[in-house]
Design a protein around this ligand. Structure first.
Ligand SMILES: Cc1cc2nc3c(=O)[nH]c(=O)nc-3n(C[C@H](O)[C@H](O)[C@H](O)COP(=O)(O)OP(=O)(O)OC[C@H]3O[C@@H](n4cnc5c(N)ncnc54)[C@H](O)[C@@H]3O)c2cc1C
Length: 442
């Protein structure tokens, strides 16, 4: 494994030098820190880190903990046998990918990186005893715990939409059976039918996800059911990369897509999943869909709330330097579940945060100052298989300890770019997917 920009010796020096380590924000792949250097501080038993959740945050953190310090005893607890990525799940709806293409195993974490992967569900945490209890009845002890449970939904926040309702009107905002259900409904829809999508209020995972879904469904309709329509009933006034998406929709899918913002009657008040009817405007206006995709408001994964890691916002406050919880000591919360300043909730940031948190944990075990973080997010969206757009940004801690976007760094794909650039960005999107999944699970 190659280091990005810094050598093996420099990494050890940087960890020792603490604050000088902002270069670590660039760690796309860090070479193994020699066990001898790692364990000089601790001749006793290897420290134990337990990671809860094997998504972009958890899997990356478990892997990089072992890469940064192979003497660590790292256990990752994940409830599912494999991981199905949300990135790429819209491409499945568009017919560009299969579910198998977006399903990843944990074999490499076990065999290549020496992570002890357990398939079980964490039901509670005993912070005083530093142990987690599992649905199987087992418990696992830790010196430091990393929680990466992703999101859960605020069931019942909108009348008529609870977990049972999602079996009729899917959210498909966790990839897997929900993605397949939505795909099946779209395939069964008659040509000339209406697909209604209802994006959630902020904050939610992957802000450009709903317009990318609209694009991929539009691509599917254009190919298979060209008389069909898409109605976006939004809880917000606008959406990520809106200008770029709308220009592309006008060009690729003219007349197919209608966007209704909250102030113009887009805010959903009630859903009747049996008749696939959505009520807006204090319930005065009804919209009947042939397929409805309702994406509920979100909060940190349920286990985070149940463990006292979330505050009244439903999300988990952390020290944005080390991602250690401000509510429960020795527990780090990473990925979508954490409150992370300006960082969007994305697989890319979950992967970034995971690596920085792994470096922080190794530093804390060694008694040195954790490196200063510098985070990156790049989000590609496909509007069609040959039309990609992106947004990128860099984030650093400000004087208040909050992660803030660095002015002038990153930006959006240019408006009115030549078509070749859109084609290139579509290729980059697929390259990004390969890279991030390899880095997280490979
Ligand atoms: C349609 C869509 C498209 C997206 N596209 C992109 C994209 O193009 N680029 C991008 O960067 N991001 C994208 N995202 C966002 C991305 O999927 C999330 O931000 C990312 O998955 C967050 O990582 P995480 O580790 O916090 O959570 P997750 O990846 O969801 O992982 C959480 C894991 O924790 C496990 N878990 C939860 N509770 C327990 C428990 N009690 N016990 C054991 N295991 C548990 C879950 O089973 C899950 O495997 C997209 C999201 C959606 C919905």
């Amino acid at each position: 494994m190659k280091m990005t920009g810094i050598s093996r010796r420099d990494f050890v020096k940087l960890l020792g030098a603490g604050g000088a380590a902002s270069a670590l924000g660039l760690v796309g792949g860090c070479e193994t820190v020699p066990a001898s250097a790692a364990s000089a501080a601790s001749a006793k038993a290897a420290p134990r880190v337990v990671v809860v959740g094997g998504g972009f945050g958890g899997a990356t953190c478990a892997k990089y903990l072992r890469i940064y310090d192979p003497s660590l005893n790292v256990t990752m607890i994940e409830q599912n046998a494999n991981f199905v990525t949300c990135p790429g799940s819209n491409w499945v709806l568009g017919g560009m990918r299969t579910m198998a293409d977006i399903t990843h195993s944990y074999a490499a974490l076990r065999s290549k990186h020496g992570v002890n992967v357990m398939h079980d569900r964490v039901v509670s945490i005993d912070a005083a005893r530093r142990s987690v209890a599992l649905a199987s009845g087992k418990s696992v002890e830790y010196d430091r715990l990393v929680m990466a449970p992703g999101i859960d939904f605020r069931w019942g926040a909108i009348e008529g939409y609870d977990e049972a309702a999602s079996e009729l009107v899917p959210h498909a905002w966790k990839a897997g059976p929900q993605t397949l259900l939505l795909q099946k409904q779209l395939q069964a829809m008659p040509d000339g039918g209406t697909f209604i999508i209802c994006p959630p209020p902020m904050p939610f995972r992957c802000p450009p996800g709903p317009p990318e879904r609209v694009s991929m469904v539009a691509h599917y309709f254009k190919t298979h059911k060209p008389r069909s329509k898409i109605l976006i009933l939004d809880a917000k006034e606008g959406f990520s990369k809106q200008g770029l998406f709308m220009d592309a929709w006008d060009e690729l899918y003219p007349g197919m897509i209608e966007f209704v913002p909250a102030s113009k009657g887009g805010k959903v008040q009630r859903v009747d999943v049996k008749t696939r009817t959505v009520y807006t405007d204090e319930g005065l206006t009804t919209h009947k869909g042939d397929v409805v995709n309702f994406i509920p408001a979100q909060r940190a994964g349920a286990i985070a709330g149940a463990s006292g890691l979330a505050n009244e916002s439903g999300w988990c406050p952390v020290n944005q330097h080390t991602f250690e919880s401000t509510l429960v000591p020795n527990v780090h919360v990473i990925g979508d579940a954490a409150v992370a300043g300006d960082l969007p909730k994305s697989g890319h940031t979950a992967n970034n945060i995971a690596k920085m948190t792994a470096a922080s944990i190794v530093s804390l075990f060694r008694g040195v100052k954790p490196p200063l973080p510098s985070h990156v997010n790049t989000c590609y969206s496909l509007v069609s298989p040959e039309y990609g757009i992106s947004v990128a940004a860099v984030y650093r801690l400000n004087e208040k300890g909050v992660l803030e976007g660095v002015k002038g760094a990153g930006g959006l794909s240019p408006k009115d770019a030549p078509r070749l650039q859109r084609v290139q960005e579509a290729n980059y999107a697929q390259g990004w997917y390969k890279g991030i999944t390899q880095d997280s699970f490979g």
